[in-house]
Design a protein around this ligand. Sequence first.
Ligand code: SAH
Length: 356
Amino acid sequence: MNNLQTNQSRAAECLLEIQRRDQDNRILKQNLVELLAADDFTPVYELADRIRHETVGDEVHIRAIIEFSNICARQCKYCGLNCNHQGIDYYQMTAEEILTTAERAIHAGYKTIVLQSGENPKLNKRWMGHVIKRIVDMGAVVTLSIGELSRQELEFYRECGAERYLLKHETADPEIYAYLHPCGTLEQRTGCLRSIRELGYETGSGFMIGLPGQTLETIAEDLILLKELGCKMAGIGPFIPHPDTELADEAAGSPELTKRAVALTRILIPDANLPVTTALGVVEKSGGQKSPDETAGADRAENAFACGANVVMKKVTPDEYKEAYEIYPAQLDKTNIEEDRKLLEQQILALGRIPV
Ligand code: SAH
């Protein structure tokens, strides 16, 4: 047997093993590491795509994301909204601006509105609750992504009608977590995620690929943690260095490794909603894969969707605020809620998938 065959049959064995239920986490971790490092990942992508087709079908959910405020009290080392940064042009959209944007998005066909912001401990709870209720009344599902909250706050927003919550654990390695987050611990983050789940939210977590100090073992632990937390959504994206942060000179995360992690998540949590992250689009764009013809977006989407993903997030944040929400540097096109949605639908259809 030549080397390639040995590798392939070992990959197949790992795959079979990770699909087995109640597997010892130590063995699972070793198998995940081997798969992440595989020379030929094709069989894993194929399996992930098949599982995606069989469990969540061919639909691609397009979610509208409104980045309603960049005010943040935290100091996450990778993030452009770190409160120690100078020169952030702070904004908070008014309730009316948020609701008008949501209404336009719903009218354009979006069924889920993701409300995202920095973590602002002074956020007015009644105001936020009111915004959630009004969007729910418009007939949309509300997903929150506003950082770590107390159990009482989470409970209140749940009662106001928010159904899903996104809070990435960022990294499952407690030491890397502590280094990157002077304001919190991994335990607090996972504690918050457990509350989110207990309160009946559809729970979303996720992590970055390419963080300083991260190894394939860390990524395997990230994948196992997603499963342990009972996540039904997982956002996995490459780290992108922001020039105004301490991590400015670090390398960006690998798009290939990101897609491998998405594929393995699909296998570990077959019915999960897995977005192709906007950060992935950023890396692939700057990686020179942009082609001038109309299908460029679809090509990128295909790269990203073929790994088991079934969700895409589209910014509908008004242009006047979009640039100030700079978590990582990205080339931003002007927002046209209706046109952007139509284009995405066409691109998804061109891939033989069903936009919803
Ligand atoms: N304040 C909210 C929303 C955070 S922003 C919260 O804490 O949950 C959404 C995500 O952007 C973060 O969870 C993080 O994974 C990602 N992010 C931040 N900076 C990044 C960077 N430099 N590169 C890639 N992703 C980044």
